[in-house]
Ligand binder design. Structure first.
Ligand code: TXA
Ligand code: MG
Length: 330
């Protein structure tokens, strides 16, 4: 199969719709990362997404809908706090998990009785979803466990030959995946951190928990247990207060002829002695936006990425640290 990167226009949207109606998958941009979308009602199409990515079949998918879509046609109950959250932050990088009404393919949620729904704010994602007007099951458009894609070229390098079309919306601004919030309990519970922070959620609904897997308990968001977001080269991660050691490790590598790069924020970059730096930028949103982009750049030019954690670890940085830790897991 030949994979084409297409600008988003009437022709490419038309072609995308045909592919999806025939049970195929299309990659499309969102404000977080690129997604690989298929018709959520079509069992074979959804199962095919798992095959294309090599994704474990117990890691459920998010259903994407446009902002006029009636989510009550997909779920059995929407708690009051979820309505407040939707009003405050949708469309946007927030995925909400509800009790499902069982209408979409059971393969979407891997047999769970819940359904994750996301309304992306990206203009062209909205256009694509409106054009198709179906719930679109879409994981990130990368090979499973690899760094998520934030450009059409990233998708191409992972999925060339496995899909027909990549809709090109340029670089995704957000840069890390949506916040996933479980809305099936009394208070919202963060399953995956992201750009909509715990503080932002608590501000709107008063309270917000954070899910962590307890020993012996079944994982509520199965994606959490897998190695993830990993570049193809070797990686190491140092805490912020270990940055001297990271600097030494880098110097050692250079002496030994190992092509090492330091990955860190701008403040750290300015405070250490290293020539080869993958600079994530200054502000929290800049750092999130550049994280996967720089990890992908790094894997192409480095043998070893020596990452140094940012000093701040709450807010958006909680999401960055979650990804960085998993990316550097050996
Ligand atoms: O920003 C995003 O969310 C991107 C773009 C494409 O929209 N999508 C994305 O999908 O990151 P994926 O498949 O890479 O991650 C989906 C996450 C996983 O951690 C999965 O476990 C969780 O959502 N999830 C999906 N359905 C769930 C459910 N019913 N209950 C709990 N967690 C669920
Ligand atoms: Mg993913």
């Amino acid at each position: 199969m030949q994979t084409r990167i297409l600008q988003i226009n009437e022709d490419s949207l038309n072609e995308s719709r045909k592919i999806i109606m025939n049970g195929g998958a299309v990659a499309f941009p969102t404000e977080t990362v690129y997604g690989l979308g298929a018709n959520a009602y079509d069992n074979t199409a959804v199962e095919n997404i798992f095959k294309i990515k090599g994704r474990p079949c117990d890691n459920p998918l998010i259903v994407h809908v446009h902002n006029e879509y009636d989510i009550l046609s997909l779920v059995s109950y929407v708690p009051e706090y979820a309505k407040l959250l939707a009003k405050a932050y949708l469309p946007g990088p927030l995925t909400m998990v509800y009790k499902s009404n069982g209408k979409v393919s059971p393969a979407v949620s891997c047999g769970l009785d819940t359904l994750a729904i996301r309304v992306p704010s990206h203009k062209e994602a909205q256009k694509f979803l409106k054009y198709i007007d179906l719930p679109i099951a879409a994981p990130s458009a990368n090979v499973s466990k690899h760094v998520s894609p934030v450009t059409a070229e990233h998708v191409f390098s992972d999925l060339d030959g496995r899909i027909e079309i990549i809709l090109d919306g340029g670089k995704c601004e957000g840069g890390i995946e949506s916040t996933v919030v479980d809305c099936t309990s009394d208070i919202p519970l963060i399953l995956r951190s992201g750009l909509i922070t715990r503080e932002m959620i608590a501000r709107v609904v008063g309270d917000c928990g954070e899910y962590s897997v307890k020993e012996g308990e079944k994982v509520r968001s199965p994606g959490m247990k897998y190695k993830h977001y990993s570049p193809l080269c070797r990686t190491m991660l140092f805490d912020y207060n270990e940055k001297k050691r990271a600097e030494e490790k880098y110097a050692e590598c250079i002496l030994e002829g190992v092509n090492a790069y330091i990955l860190c924020d701008d403040a750290t970059a300015k405070s250490i002695k290293a020539e080869k730096v993958l600079n994530l930028g200054k502000t929290e949103t800049e750092i999130a936006s550049n994280l996967y982009f720089k990890l992908r750049e790094g894997e192409n030019i480095a043998e070893l990425i020596i990452a140094i954690a940012p000093e701040k670890q709450d807010g958006v940085m909680a999401g960055v640290m979650n990804r960085l830790t998993k990316a550097c897991k050996n």
